[in-house]
Design a protein. Structure first.
Length: 326
């Protein structure tokens, strides 16, 4: 582990004699490439390359070949990492310059993968179907990229998923009802996309959910009463979905752990249930519209200024990288 040292240059030959290495953490340095000899670390389970600079792919036998594009001078996810089939953690978040291109479909070969964090880059395309086949995946963080397309119904195959983050992309379509099959789900973060349709009631099925963020999308219809079912829910953000209508059920007052409930910039009417307002304390943030009287909330603070954001930080209880805030 040689993270956080601002190291640059090339790896010494002696480094590659450590063929039994199971974890390599190179984050927060200035390495420019993954050398060809990385492929000989056949026991590698954790590869952390986050917050590095100018990553190129030289893991092919022809070490001079790089995935650096001659035409665009850009950097992409190395497809050759798919040969590390024992890998359980892959983190290449916040790369400098940002990674672009697509997720290689060959990453579907990483069947031992539990944590995949490629957030805060400029990766494009759709999430490949092969990613949904990674049944041991606990954390998928692709937030703050340029992903498009729809979420696949195959999302239900990722039965061990706890932390699912697709925020700040261009993903459209509806949320598949199969999210209800993610029985271990803790955080579902999908804010700041182009998602449409009704919020599926199945999203309230995983009873361990702590965080649901759906703000800044284009959802319509009523807020499902089933979202009041997960007794551990701490944050529910539905803000900036102008198509949301109807009222807030009294059942939401049963969410005794609720700290953040964002409803501003919607067309929800009626009033905040007394049971929800009874939860108000010094560390809660309940928001409704700043103007107008279509929704009455005596315990809301109004809509948040643009510079003020909720301070909650999602966590993953299993071993792996600590997910960032949105």
């Amino acid at each position: 582990i040689i993270a956080n040292n601002s190291i640059a240059g090339i790896f010494p030959d002696e480094f590659f004699n450590l063929i039994t290495l199971e974890e390599i953490s190179l984050g927060r340095n200035s390495f420019s490439e993954l050398p060809a000899k990385f492929s000989q670390f056949t026991n590698l389970q954790v590869l952390n390359f986050e917050y590095n600079n100018a990553l190129t792919d030289t893991t092919s036998p022809q070490s001079a070949i790089s995935t650096k594009s001659v035409l665009t001078n850009s950097f992409v996810l190395p497809a050759s990492l798919s040969s590390l089939t024992d890998l359980n953690t892959l983190s290449i978040k916040s790369h400098t310059p940002p990674l672009n291109g697509i997720i290689p479909s060959s990453y579907g070969q990483l069947q031992e993968l539990q944590h995949l964090d490629i957030s805060h880059n400029s990766i494009t395309g759709e999430l490949p179907l092969e990613i949904y086949s990674l049944k041991k995946l606990i954390e998928l963080n692709v937030g703050h990229n340029q992903f498009e397309g729809e979420l696949s119904n195959s999302v239900g195959q990722m039965v061990k998923m706890k932390f699912f983050n697709i925020n700040s992309n261009k993903i459209n379509g509806t949320i598949p009802t199969e999210v209800g099959q993610l029985g271990f789900l803790r955080d579902f973060i999908a804010n700041d996309n182009h998602l449409t349709g009704q919020i599926p009631s199945e999203l309230g099925t995983p009873f361990l959910v702590n965080v649901i963020r759906l703000g800044n999308n284009m959802f319509d219809g009523n807020v499902p009463v089933q979202l009041a079912q997960p007794s551990f829910l701490k944050e529910l953000s539905l803000k900036n979905n102008s198509g949301l209508i109807g009222t807030i059920s009294e059942n939401f007052g049963e969410l005794t752990k609720l700290k953040i409930f964002e409803l501003h910039d919607t067309d929800i009417t009626g009033s905040m249930p007394d049971g929800v307002c009874a939860l108000r304390s010094s560390d809660t943030i309940f928001t409704s519209d700043c103007e107008g009287d279509q929704f009455d909330c005596s315990c809301c603070i109004g809509c948040l200024p643009p510079t003020m954001q909720p301070t909650s930080t999602p966590t993953v209880t299993s071993t792996g990288p600590t997910p960032p805030t949105t």
